[in-house]
Design a protein around this ligand. Structure first.
Ligand code: GLY
Length: 356
């Protein structure tokens, strides 16, 4: 294996490996040949990624003996719907994919979620390989087996857990990402740094993400793999990975999904850090440190919606249970905890962190 290639085992059921390095898409056929016992795959991708990477992925798979069909849907969160899911399922059926065959999700978070969910429900579940092409999908969404679509009432409200058969993260894809798309992934990576420890968080303060993204991705994936191994179905510890997401999802919903996920999570993280500090749940100067780190990585620390609208949207979040919702509160870098509050307390909590 070349020195530049890192592998991280994820010991879930089933177990799989996340491989991180350059040039993986053009070698994906060989890299998957031993992992998969089928030679029939359906590549699901979107209209942004298809012109960039579908041809080399297909060529590599065909050269390794795979028979390949592909389905391209319009890029964007607006496609993460039942309608797209239904079209993908009909496509898999028309192409006669069987239980032994495999879906290959080629793209960012939306593609991984959509294709993963299709694989999870087609024939009651077939395998899925994730080929993340964005920083966000590399550091977070391609690992851990969460798949979902949005409903009119909110984000990710229908989904399933399906651990991938393998994740191949080609770091060459990152160099072609527009700055805003790269920043979107930085938000999930910084979130992981806040959860994990000082040594990971300081990589974002020192600008290491831009110069050595492979190192940062590997650190984030290794942290997430440990959490997912201990709590695959998000019953307990995995809920910490939702840091910044309650307000973040509310921002996405209020914006009609025009604010991208990572940007919304960044603002949500900044808000909850300020709330926690002002409500005496955390040590100062955590909020200003997190805010400065987000801003230095091209991310927002607020959004243009009223706390009332956000609290209303957040009260419909899937993390609500009965009249309560569980928030993730940062106490210091490397120490976050869950705090369950009555839904009525969301508004004063959001208000506390609203003003920068
Ligand atoms: N993105 C959070 C998780 O996978 O649990």
């Amino acid at each position: 294996m070349p020195d530049s290639m890192r592998t991280i085992p994820v010991n879930t059921r089933p177990a799989y490996t996340v491989t991180i390095g350059p040039g993986l898409l053009t070698r994906c056929g060989d890299l998957l040949a031993d992992t998969l016992d089928t030679r029939r795959v359906a590549v699901i991708t979107d209209s942004t990624v298809a012109p960039l990477y579908l041809a080399p992925v297909r060529e590599s798979l065909v050269a390794a003996g795979f028979s390949v069909c592909s389905y391209v849907f319009p890029a964007g969160e607006g496609s993460k719907t039942l309608t797209t899911l239904s079209s993908i399922l009909e496509f898999l059926a028309e192409e006669h994919l069987t239980r032994r065959d495999c879906v290959v999700a080629l793209g960012g978070g939306v593609t991984g979620d959509m294709a993963g969910f299709a694989a999870a429900v087609y024939l009651r579940g077939i395998r899925c390989v994730q080929l993340p092409t964005t920083l966000l999908s590399a550091v977070d969404s391609s690992v851990g087996g969460k798949t979902a679509i949005d409903l009119a009432a909110g984000k990710n409200l229908a989904g399933a857990f399906l651990q991938p058969a393998a994740v191949l993260c080609d770091t060459d894809c990152l160099s072609s990402l527009p700055a805003a798309v790269f920043a979107d992934g930085a938000a999930e990576a910084i979130k992981t740094g806040v959860l994990c420890d000082e040594s990971l968080f300081s990589l974002f303060e020192s600008g290491t993400l831009a110069v050595d993204p492979a190192q940062v991705i590997a650190r984030c994936v290794a942290y997430k793999a440990g959490v997912v191994e201990r709590d695959e179905r998000e019953q307990n510890e995995r809920r910490l990975l939702n840091l910044g997401h309650t307000v973040g999802h509310a921002i996405e919903t209020c914006s009609g999904y025009t604010i991208p996920h990572g940007h919304a999570v960044a603002a949500g993280l900044a808000v909850i850090a300020r709330s926690a500090e002002r409500l005496g749940w955390t040590e100062s100067p955590l909020a200003s440190r997190i805010g400065a780190c987000l801003a230095a990585n091209g991310l927002p620390t607020g959004a243009d919606f009223s706390p009332e609208d956000l609290a209303e949207a957040a009260s419909r979040d899937k993390k609500r249970a009965g009249g309560e919702i569980t928030l993730v509160i940062p106490r210091r870098i490397g120490a976050c905890r869950l705090r369950t509050v009555p839904v009525e307390e969301l508004l004063p909590i959001i208000r506390a962190g609203w003003e920068a």
